[in-house]
Structure formats: C-alpha cells, structure tokens
Design a protein around this ligand. Sequence first.
Ligand code: FAD
Ligand code: A2P
Length: 276
Amino acid sequence: MTEAAPMTDTAERPAKPHLPDAQIVTAVTHWTDRLFSFRVTRPRSLRFRSGEFVMIGLMGDTGKPLLRAYSIASPAWDEELEFYSIKVPDGPLTSRLQHIQVGDEIILRPKPVGTLVHDALLPGKRLWLLSTGTGFAPFASLLREPETYEKYDQVIMMHTCREVAELEYGRQLVASLEGDPLIGEMVAGKLHYYPTTTREEFHHRGRVTDNLSSGKVFADLGLPKMNPAEDRAMVCGSLAFNVDVKTLLEGFGLREGANSEPKEFVVEKAFVGDGI
Ligand code: FAD
Ligand code: A2P
C-alpha cells in the first residue's frame, strides 16, 4: 500500500480528441497502489443522470476497443467527467489504464445507464448510500448532485474499505462539499459521513452490514432504525456485499426498486467477479 500523499497532475487546456468517442485526460490522481481517479473532457452531447455508468476503455492490441463499465463519479452538472478506478495488476484494461497521463485519449461510449438514480426510488426522508471499495464512485456523483439534498432531509454515506488509505478519495470529496459554492449550504447539517475500515485501526470500524444489523450506526448518528416509510437506500459493492445488504434491507421492510418501478432501495454491482 502506498503511504505517500496522493499525486495529482492537471492540464490547463485539453487538446482536441482524434478518434471517434475519444476524450482527453485532463487530470490523474493516484490514491494508493490499487486506486486512482482521473478526469476527462465531456462530449458536448452527453446527458446523464447522476449515479449512472458508461463504457470506457482504450484501444486494444487487436485494434478493437477494450471497454469496461465505469460509474461516472462526477455530477451531471460538471463540465468534465470524473472516474474512480481500481488497478487490477493483470486486468486487461486497468493494467494499462492506470498509466494514463494528462493529454492521453480514452474511449468513452456516450450511452449512460444504471439503477443508482433518484428516479428509481420513491420519495423518502433519509437516503442511505452504502458502499465498499470503488462502489463509492456513483455516490461521488450523487453527493455532488443538488437533487440529493432537495429530495431528502438527511443523507448518510457509509463507505467501508480494508484500510484507511483506501477511504481517502471519499474523505477528500466529502470534505470539499461544505465549501462548494453550488451545494455547500444544502449539505450543511444534512450529510452524515460514516467511513469504516475492517483491517486497520480507525475511529469507526466494521463492515456496513455489521454496523447496520447491530444498530451501531443508528446509535452513533442518533437516527431511528431503518424503516420503509422514511428510509431509502442505494447499494454498490461486490456481489457478496450487495447480496448481504439486500437481505438486511429487506429485513427492515424495504423493497428493491428499478427505473421502471421505483421502490425503497436500488442495487448495482461495483464490479463483476470475486475481488482481488
Ligand atoms: P477485469 O477483467 O474486468 O476484472 C478482473 C477482476 O478484477 C474481476 O474479476 C474482479 O475480481 C476484480 N475487479 C474488477 N473491478 C474491480 C473493482 N472495481 N474493485 C475490486 N475488484 C475489481 N471499476 C472501477 O474501478 N470503477 C468503477 O466506477 C466501476 N464501475 C463499474 C460499474 C458497473 C455497472 C460494473 C459492472 C463494473 C464497474 N467497474 C468499475 C468494474 C470495471 O468494469 C472493470 O472490471 C475494472 O475496471 C477492471 O477491468 P480490467 O479489464 O482491468 O479487469
Ligand atoms: P472484510 O475486510 O471484513 O472482508 P474487498 O477489498 O475484499 O473488496 O472488501 C472491501 C470491503 O468490503 C472490506 O472492508 C470488506 O470487509 C468488506 N466486505 C467484503 N464482503 C462483504 C460482505 N459480504 N458484506 C459486508 N462487507 C463486506
């Protein structure tokens, strides 16, 4: 694990893209040896709802695009697009993507989709955003979206990683919100940030599932136990995490919704596979 401060590289003025669906990298930040984030130019025609994902990638060795699903981590109003990425050592895409630099091109298919959107939930009082690892990415978008604070009295962001350094992207993003000229005032007093680690000392410990089932998070934040009349949730993590959280939420009486049938919670995979 890299302990050094995050390294950021930014470009003042991106050059023009050359390939169809190509966008130019404008900033890259390496958070740990397994995590980085980057920003790219946004196609003028791209409209998306905060929380959705797109296919992005690089040109493969065979001359065919090598594409993977990525949550857009920036909000719908942002002029650029941000992504938060894992580095899989032997991963076909990320073994190369982790080396991108400002001025490089990536491919971005402008067809946003996904279930972690406000439209897929019925109105409620509190919104719970529950994530592990890079599952934070869609919530990085929704936390910067004014609609999130217009629709809910309270927003609770739970993010769990093995180690403290893996929480840093989320920590800095949340810290920047209160001073944000667009949503600073909306966020104040509404957002509860509840990061935890499972394999390193930290002021809050434990899995999201354990903190929910024991009631610890409700006690710590002074909130009532989750109930279907008031609480809504969005879930994004590994398959095992999603399955376990879904069971818990159903135990609280919440039902899974979708774009076509809004209910009390929605789920999306942060990645396919068992993890690394
Ligand atoms: P792959 O061959 O795709 O993956 C190899 C293995 O690495 C997987 O089997 C899995 O075990 C592990 N792995 C892959 N992605 C992750 C991850 N994010 N965290 C932990 N382990 C992983 N990835 C992101 O980094 N950021 C995102 O915002 C993001 N959004 C996604 C949204 C959706 C809807 C889906 C389905 C996936 C998303 N992914 C995201 C995963 C992404 O599509 C790729 O799997 C990832 O970029 C690795 O690509 P790869 O070609 O290097 O390795
Ligand atoms: P733990 O350390 O107890 O396994 P990973 O790095 O394996 O993707 O996990 C990211 C975080 O998600 C870790 O803190 C891990 O806790 C936690 N986690 C993994 N599986 C689950 C699950 N089924 N339910 C809740 N948390 C999980």
